[in-house]
Design a protein around this ligand. Structure first.
Ligand code: BES
Ligand code: ZN
Ligand code: ZN
Length: 509
């Protein structure tokens, strides 16, 4: 299975006097701030402006965030107008626009809109790229296993024309929209992988996808896949212990992207448990099917690598994915087993369901030793505790690289991938000491479960500055984000990582 950037939305940027409406299902989108009428649009006909103003007078249209109004206009160049509520002017942020676009998607679908004209000629401050992202993420459907009924195929927006004022630089608006289109479609690639059923999404599937990313022409990227034998020879017993109960061969997947002008090397490691049954410490059955999403970290890393190979920022990026299934069979790892990890530390596996940290331990210890990155970041659906702490509103961020943590939090505020830092005091590390081994894979009780998991991971990165993201609450099932359907994975991390790497490259750090 190939991870691909599917169907790039065509983006055009035009000045107001250049607008010519195409003769297909078009929709003119006019943004509106709360209680700021008349509407500001250079291309709206006078008749429609009057109708919309009358509706605003009656407070049918308010400009409030999360409201949009569609007015059919069959006899105009455009076939309908959508008033896009942005809320209060001084509260406008990229996420407001992204969510407004997500809301608008259902109206575009209902009215079979193919070409959107977004008139921001009176809204120079609007982050247009967030609109592009909201449309692309909002339009994503996962129907790979459904019978294809031709007449049921949804109409999708395939072209966005941004209408700008004369004094705005069309090239820079166009470039930032192109990046947004690419990143949101890469995020959809990650979502697609995560949504795919675990019987089709195995460690081998992830390995093949990584190879295909590297084999794309001019990728500047090399893929290496370590199999069971190689990992055994290297002493990766923490990872292999998890894989023992499953029939699927485990893989350690490495994508090595190099740029000739790079000043820094960043490693990204993503948890790739393609199914987490809990192993012998079996999970309850009610929500076990959701554990196909336990490879969302891996999907985020692969999709980021795919975006990076397209955008080519001047930074070296190593994408690392330890991929296994966590299953209970006669040969499975049992509670109380002791394994020696790649870095020589011994681990008492008191709970086989705390498997993510075991596979990340070997993957990260190997990565810091072999690739010597300036910073290593891991992303994982690691603990149920993070869902209790932060719900679906933010992922937890912890680690030792304060600068990277600060930058990632800032970037996440812009991309709508919120991060909240938790502390990592030494006391937590003490809680992870083993009874009979150097370390135990669980804490003494359920307290601070997200932090103790991170404290465990810290034992495997040596002195390398490190950042850990726990995305168990944000990787799938998000209920209140208009541009993400709750039955799907969210693609959390892809836009965040890629934009952060682009910023680092630009700073020349
Ligand atoms: N994959 C789970 C974490 C998870 C929970 C992801 C809910 C998504 C939603 C992880 O492997 C796990 O089972 N962690 C245990 C650790 C515990 C045994 C210390 C948990 O959080 O319960
Ligand atoms: Zn688990
Ligand atoms: Zn897991």
């Amino acid at each position: 299975m190939k991870m691909k950037i599917d169907m790039i939305t065509r983006i055009n940027v035009v000045k107001t006097e250049e607008v010519a409406f195409e003769d297909v299902e078009t929709c003119l989108v006019v943004p509106a701030y709360q209680k700021e009428f008349p509407l500001s649009s250079a291309v709206l006909t006078e008749e429609d402006e009057l109708v919309l103003q009358a509706l605003a007078d009656k407070e049918v249209i308010t400009g409030k965030a999360k409201t949009s109004y569609y007015l059919p206009a069959p006899s105009r160049g455009y076939k309908g107008v959508l008033v896009l509520g942005l809320g209060k002017r001084d509260e406008l942020g990229a996420e407001t626009v992204r969510r407004a676009a997500g809301d608008a998607v259902s109206k575009f679908g209902a009215h079979r809109v193919r070409h959107v004209y977004l008139d921001v000629s009176g809204f120079a401050e609007m982050p247009v790229e967030a609109f592009v992202e909201g449309v692309n993420l909002g339009q994503y459907v996962f129907d790979a296993y459904k019978k294809a009924e031709v007449d049921e195929q949804p109409t999708l927006v395939s072209e966005i024309t941004v209408i700008i004022a004369d004094d705005v630089d069309a090239e820079s608006v166009g470039a930032s929209c192109q990046v947004a289109a690419l990143l949101s479609l890469a995020a959809n690639g990650a979502r697609h992988f995560a949504n795919t059923a675990a019987n089709d999404m195995t460690p081998s599937t992830l390995a093949t996808a990584a190879e295909e990313i590297a084999h794309t022409a001019d990728s500047q990227c090399v893929c290496t896949v370590l199999d069971h034998e190689k990992m055994a020879a290297l002493g990766m017993n923490a990872l292999l212990g998890v894989a023992r109960g499953g029939e699927e061969p485990p893989k350690l997947i490495i994508l090595d992207y190099r740029h000739p002008d790079a000043k820094r090397t960043v490693a990204l490691t993503g948890k790739g448990v393609t199914f987490d049954s809990g192993g012998i410490s079996l999970k309850p059955s009610a929500k076990m099917h959701e554990m196909k999403f336990d490879m969302c970290g891996a999907a985020a890393v692969l999709a980021t690598m795919m975006a990076v190979t397209h955008i080519k920022p001047a930074i070296n990026v190593i994408g690392v994915v330890p991929a296994v299934t966590n299953m209970p069979d006669g040969r499975a790892q049992t509670p109380g087993d002791i394994v020696r990890a790649y870095n020589g530390k011994t681990i008492e596996v008191k709970n086989t369901d705390a498997e993510g940290r075991l596979i990340l331990a070997d993957a990260m210890a190997y990565t810091v030793e072999k690739y010597k990155p300036d910073c290593i970041v891991d992303i994982a659906t690691l603990t149920g505790a993070v869902v209790i702490a932060l719900g679906q509103c933010a992922a937890a961020i912890l680690g030792t690289d304060d600068d990277a943590i600060e930058q990632l939090i800032k970037t996440g505020e812009r991309t709508g991938e919120r991060l909240w830092r938790l502390p990592l005091w030494e006391d937590y590390e003490k809680m992870m000491e083993g009874t009979h081994a150097d370390l135990c894979n669980i804490g003494p009780d359920r307290e601070a479960g997200t932090i103790t998991a991170a404290a465990f991971l810290k034992q495997f990165v040596g002195d390398t500055p490190w950042v850990h993201l726990d995305i168990a609450g944000t990787a799938y099932g998000l209920k209140n984000v208009s541009y993400l359907k709750s039955k799907y994975a969210s693609g959390f991390g892809v836009r965040l990582f890629t934009r952060w790497l682009m910023e680092l490259a630009q700073e020349g750090k």
